[in-house]
Design a protein around this ligand. Structure first.
Ligand code: SF4
Length: 445
């Protein structure tokens, strides 16, 4: 059970010395209970307090890493049930399966298709992060060969999927340097699989049909010295799996039940791509650490990755673009200058509408801490000084020979002060960015 603030308070010196940065020991205890402070911040904590609290303070969910170098991925180490409570830390890893009965050109094409599943959205790169090689043939030799080919031909992290310890050992003999994730150990193979995982320093997946069985299995694997474990439920419908994943998360995070304090892996069954999108998206939302899909259709995976990107962004930090002068097309000294804010969605909407206008232009992005135009204006993060400073910083005056600045229609009220501040003619643009093409083509001269 997690310690409450009062439990922790009883272990503290109660001198209210403030060295931890908190006004009282009780305030510090409350912060510790919410995992917003570290015990090391209290220099006077007793050895007893350190011992008792260190066990309770260790993360409720183990971090697991696999892959190597730049392609290493990490899952786990989550601390909350809901994103708004703090944030989710480790984005769901979307993996695509490659069957070991493929060979030659078919295998090559499949790997190329998986490698190509990388996208850019609102200035951020998102994509598939792992390849899951499936021992569909049941042959250890074929499995090892395909795993080796995938490891050589893809920069993505590797997951070796077989219930056979012999197949896993054969594949690891050729791929251990890439530190794959071993999937999976079951009750009857736990000892053999754990031994292989330990020898090769690889994380391992524990697979069972129920939460209780999984809890027993992780204890068994841990007894063999493997700390990095991933949980997989098998044989459940999507509804039952989502329910079980939620229960496991509650037990791990709220009840500090250590045998379930690990990230999870789910496999989306083969089916049409739309169905796989829906299933993978549901599992990304609650609470898939790794989700393996079969489809390589970009249209099916982009929505899943987009949902993951949104859920795993920090709710307290809006997604921002760099504040600078952007060139759309090949603007010259006569091109219009439009300003907007550095909230990603605002910028990319304006950018695509300016592109649609086919009028080369400059977009001056001012730093409003990632807020949209109206929010920034209401919070005084967008005013004539902020715009004037941005114009000076990015040398806008020397980019064009006219002195006209197009401002968003929603902040038309700024025009008077802005004109005085920068000395340019202020042109009030449309309220909606979607009207920019018409505006640039008909109003801007
Ligand atoms: Fe209390 Fe320790 Fe903070 Fe001092 S540093 S106020 S003793 S918790």
């Amino acid at each position: 059970m997690a310690l409450t603030g009062l439990d922790i308070f009883k272990l503290l010196p109660k001198t209210n010395c403030k060295k931890c940065g908190m006004p009282t020991c009780l305030a510090f205890a409350m912060q510790l209970a919410q995992k917003r402070a570290k015990l090391e911040d209290c220099p006077s904590a007793s050895e007893e307090a350190k011992e008792t609290l260190s066990a309770a303070a260790s993360p409720p969910m183990q971090q697991v890493k696999f892959g190597s170098g730049d392609n290493e991925v990490q899952i786990g180490q989550e601390t909350v049930m809901f994103r708004h409570e703090e944030k989710f830390y480790s984005p769901t890893v979307i993996a695509v399966s490659v069957l070991d009965n493929l060979s030659g050109d078919d295998l090559k094409k499949r790997i190329e298709s998986v490698n190509a599943l990388q996208f850019e959205r609102v200035g951020q790169k998102i994509g598939v992060k792992a390849v899951a090689v499936i021992n569909d043939s049941g042959q250890s030799g074929a499995f090892a060969d395909v795993a080796a080919t995938v490891s050589e031909s893809s920069d993505l992290a590797l997951i070796l999927c077989s219930d056979s310890p012999d197949s896993i050992a054969a594949a690891l003999a050729k791929t251990a340097q890439s530190r794959p994730l071993i999937a999976s150990a079951k009750d009857d193979t736990a000892e053999a699989m754990a031994k292989i995982a330990k020898e090769n320093n690889c994380p391992i997946v524990a697979k069972a049909g129920s939460i209780d069985e999984l809890a027993d299995l992780t204890e068994k694997i841990k007894m063999h010295g493997v700390e990095e474990i991933v949980l997989q439920l098998e044989g459940l419908s999507l509804a039952d799996e989502l329910q079980a994943l939620t229960r496991m998360r509650v037990l791990a995070l709220k009840k500090m039940f250590r045998p379930l304090g690990y990230p999870t892996l789910s496999v989306v069954g083969a089916g049409d791509s739309d169905q796989q999108t829906a299933t993978a998206t549901s599992l990304t939302c609650k609470y898939g650490g790794i989700v393996i899909v079969e489809t390589v259709e970009p249209y099916a995976l982009l929505p899943v990755l987009t949902v993951g990107m949104n859920i795993f962004s920090d709710p307290q930090k809006p997604i921002q673009v760099e504040s600078k002068l952007y060139e759309i097309g090949e603007p010259d000294k006569n091109s219009p200058v439009i300003f907007t804010t550095n909230f990603s969605l605002t910028y990319y909407t304006v950018e695509s509408d300016v592109e649609a206008a086919r009028v080369p232009a400059y977009i001056l992005v001012v730093d409003t801490e990632g807020t949209s135009v109206l929010t920034a204006y209401s919070g005084d993060k967008l005013n004539e000084k902020v715009v004037a400073d941005a114009m000076a910083k990015h040398d806008v005056a020397n980019k064009v020979k006219h002195q006209k600045l197009i401002i968003p229609g929603y902040v038309a009220v700024m025009s008077g002060k802005l004109e005085e501040s920068v000395g340019w003619e202020i042109m009030v643009g449309p309220r909606e960015s979607s009207m920019l093409p018409k505006y640039l083509q008909e109003v801007w001269k």
